[in-house]
Write a protein that binds this ligand. Structure first.
Ligand code: NAD
Length: 296
C-alpha cells in the first residue's frame, strides 16, 4: 500500500521502518531532517509538508508528540486537510478524545475519515512489532487497514466512533504512569530500610506487587541507571493530564490519579520535559537521600 507517514521520532521511526520492510511504499515528512534521512535511505519518498504528503497518497499516518501538533498537521494551514488524494488519516499518536473528535469533524467536511490508532508497548515494542494497537473508526476503513496495522503488533478494534481508541489508550497509560510512580516509592522504601534494590525488584516480580514498571522499566532502565526507555517525561505527563481531563468530564473518581499527576508534575519540573520518563525515580531518591541500583 502507498502510505504517508508524518512524525518519525522514537516511535514513528521504527514503525515506518517496519512498514517498508513489510513491502509498503512510504512518503515521509518530519520537521527534522535527521528523522527522515534513515527512511529515505531505505527507499521512502520525501515530502515537503503535510499537505504534500496528502497530495500524494490516500492513507496518511502520524506519530506526533502533542495534541496541538496533531491538530495543526491535520487541519492547519498547509495541513492534510488541503491534500488532493488523502482519504483517511490514521493517528498513531496519543492525542486524547477531545482533540480527536475535533479533528475528525473538521476532516469529515472534506470527506477525509479520521481513524484513532494509538499504540502501547514502547520503542522496544515498535521495533519488534509487538505493540498493542487500539483502533477506532468506520468499519470499512478499519478493514482496509487491519493488515497494515498488524505490522505494528496486536490490533484491537475497540469501536467505531472517533476518540474511543484514544480513551482506551489513556486508560492504559494512566495505569502505566501509576505503576511507575508507585513502584519508585516502593523500591525506595525497600532500599532505605537496607534491602538490595535488585533483590527487592526480583521479589516483587515473583510476588503480587509486579507490574509493567517492576517487570520492564526497573530492570532495563532504572537499576542499570541507563534511563534510556525512549519516552519523554513531557509525553507521559501529557498522557496523565489528558486522562484526568477525561475522568473529570465523565465524573469518574480520580483520587489516586490526582496523586499520580502530582508525581509527574514534580518530575517534569525537576527533571525537564526532555528527560526520559524512567528518571521519575530521581525526585523520590532525592527526598529519601539515596540512589537505587547501578554503581552510584
Ligand atoms: P518523539 O518526540 O520522539 O517524536 C515525534 C516526532 O514528531 C519527532 O521526530 C518530531 O520532529 C516530529 N514532529 C514534531 N512536530 C512536527 C510537525 N509539526 N510536523 C512533522 N513532524 C513533527 O515522540 P515519540 O516518543 O515518538 O511519541 C510519538 C507519539 O506516540 C506521542 O503522542 C506519544 O505520546 C506516543 N507514544 C510514545 C511511546 C514511547 O514509548 N515513546 C509509546 C506509545 C505512544
Amino acid at each position: 500500500m502507498d502510505i504517508g507517514f508524518i512524525g518519525l521520532g522514537n516511535m514513528g521511526q521504527p514503525m515506518a521502518r517496519r512498514l517498508i520492510e513489510a513491502g509498503h511504499t512510504l512518503t515521509v515528512y518530519d520537521t527534522r531532517n535527521d528523522a527522515v534521512a534513515p527512511l529515505v535511505a531505505l527507499g521512502a519518498n520525501l515530502a515537503s509538508s503535510p499537505q504534500d504528503v496528502a497530495d500524494r497518497v490516500e492513507t496518511v499516518m502520524a506519530s506526533l508528540p502533542e495534541p496541538h501538533i496533531v491538530s495543526k498537521v491535520a487541519t492547519g494551514e498547509g495541513g492534510l486537510i488541503a491534500g488532493k488524494r488523502i482519504k483517511r488519516f490514521v493517528d498513531l499518536s496519543t492525542t486524547g478524545s477531545r482533540t480527536t473528535i475535533e479533528v475528525a469533524a473538521a476532516l469529515s467536511k472534506r470527506n477525509i475519515v479520521q481513524i484513532d490508532s494509538p499504540v502501547s508497548g514502547g520503542v522496544g515494542g515498535a521495533v519488534k512489532g509487538t505493540l498493542a494497537v487500539m483502533v477506532s473508526g468506520p468499519a470499512a476503513d478499519v478493514a482496509v487497514l487491519k493488515d497494515v496495522l498488524a505490522v505494528f503488533g496486536k490490533v484491537f478494534v475497540v469501536g467505531e466512533k472517533p476518540g474511543m481508541g484514544q480513551t482506551m489508550k489513556l486508560a492504559n497509560n494512566v495505569l502505566s504512569a501509576c505503576n511507575m510512580a508507585a513502584a519508585c516509592e516502593a523500591v525506595v522504601l525497600a532500599v532505605k530500610s537496607g534491602l538490595d534494590a535488585k533483590v527487592a525488584v526480583d521479589v516483587m516480580n515473583a510476588g503480587s506487587g509486579r507490574n509493567s514498571a517492576t517487570q520492564d522499566k526497573f530492570p532495563k532502565s532504572i537499576l542499570t541507571r541507563k534511563f534510556d526507555w525512549g519516552f519523554a517525561t513531557s509525553l507521559m505527563t501529557k498522557d496523565v493530564r489528558l486522562a484526568l481531563q477525561e475522568m473529570k468530564a465523565l465524573n469518574v473518581p480520580h483520587d489516586i490519579m490526582d496523586a499520580v499527576e502530582r508525581a509527574w508534575e514534580t518530575a517534569i519540573t525537576e527533571l525537564g520535559a526532555g528527560s526520559d520518563f524512567t528518571e521519575i525515580v530521581k525526585p523520590v531518591e532525592k527526598r529519601a537521600g539515596l540512589v537505587v541500583g547501578g554503581e552510584a
